[in-house]
Design a protein around this ligand. Sequence first.
Ligand SMILES: [Zn+2]
Length: 500
Amino acid sequence: MTKTNAYITTAIPYVNGKPHIGNALDYLLADIWTRYQKQNGRQVRFQVGTDEHGNKIAAKARANNLDPQSYVDGMYGNFKILMGAVGAEYTDFVRTTDQHHVAAVQYIWRRLSQAGLIYKHTYEGWYCMGHEAFFTDKEVHDTSGICPDHQTPYERVSEENYYLRASAFTERIRQAIESGKMKIVPEFRKNEFLELIKNGVQDVSISRPRKNLSWGVSVPDDDTQVMYVWIDALANYITVLGYPDNPEWQTYWPADVQVIGKDILRFHAGIWPAMLLGLDLPLPKVLLVHGFVHVGGAKMSKTVGNVVDPMEIIQNYGADAFRYFFARHIPTQEDGDFTWEKFENAYNGELGNDLGNLVQRVAAMITRYQAGVIGNAPQAEHDMTGYRDAMQHLQFSQALDDVWSSVRSLNQYLERVKPWQIAKQRANDHDAEGHLNEVLAYAASTLLQIADELVPFMPTTAEAIHSIFATGIVPAQITPLFPKIYLHTSNPQAPQDTRK
Ligand SMILES: [Zn+2]
């Protein structure tokens, strides 16, 4: 059987800051999907990358006394470190300063221009540098002139730009979204976007005068203009596949899933489809829009000082614990909330007690009562429909809820059946031996099934469980999974300090 190809993408972050939880969430969600597809026999390309052009980058470089290229060369590696720490098995890393990418973006510009989709126009209006985006009078009015995401006033600008005639594709874009040909997940985001384009998709500025935007891809045949970052950045999803020179891109495009944060939906559901339609390319099949991660109900912000560093979590608790928490306790398609208390409760309770102790107990009983040999018994076959359905619908948090209900059921089963009592009865009851054998074999095979379901989420843990139970002989020594860690909360089992 030949493997079918699949392609998933993540948004490419600006390299001018430290990688944050939102980036980690992109990599994690895409990686969960990737591993699940691979488990089901598909050949997956998984794109990641960095957005290295634009005024924000140039300003940061200047502040560091560097030319922009040296600055981005020194920064993009931070994102690779985070991807590696999260355990993302990406296949393709694109930098928008890559030579191939730059040439491909210029090719795309020419194609769109030849198709009559690019025109020159004077823009008068509002601009936010933090967003690298223009805003309408209404948006500026509704926010009292201050960008709510960046807490900086919008700038009034008047300049000659090239525009992309995105409005020409309004009907095709609307139709693709409504029909689900380009599915926006979740549904409420789809409705939000349809509402936004009620009066049509707007033409968008795709270049700025060089005096206002120096660091970017030059517009072909007009040296006075530089491409605006969005057209450059969005193109990465196809240039990374080799578009237009390497025909292999055709075996992966359209993307099966494009993972994005909610703040960039309008670019991905409006400008990007317009670019693709202008190039006669198919639209992505699914845009998976995740929300923001708050901290104790508040927005994460450097000023407030409540920024949670994904690397700190991964270094202290391990990648699987990070993956578990953010996949299960941050709802896949909505905003979520992080607190250290929630995190350590999940780590010590759900991972340490529910799963870690369960694995340990079952292994220890097989070692003690059966010299490590797992008997033959009917295989556990718990119903995987709920899990598969959730995975199919990109509801990863629900899929993990489903796995945890299997973990809990197995714990309850062992409490009810009490294999340690059956073991004692063996001296004077012939049937007890066979019964014990069956109970422990059932427990081991259920754990193997749980491990299979955990492969996309917690690959190291899945592998560890597999190595304990899959060969039929439980190793004499096993390393405990998720040893207790209390760095931010207190250990309820610790002796109380009674001095005072
Ligand atoms: Zn802004």
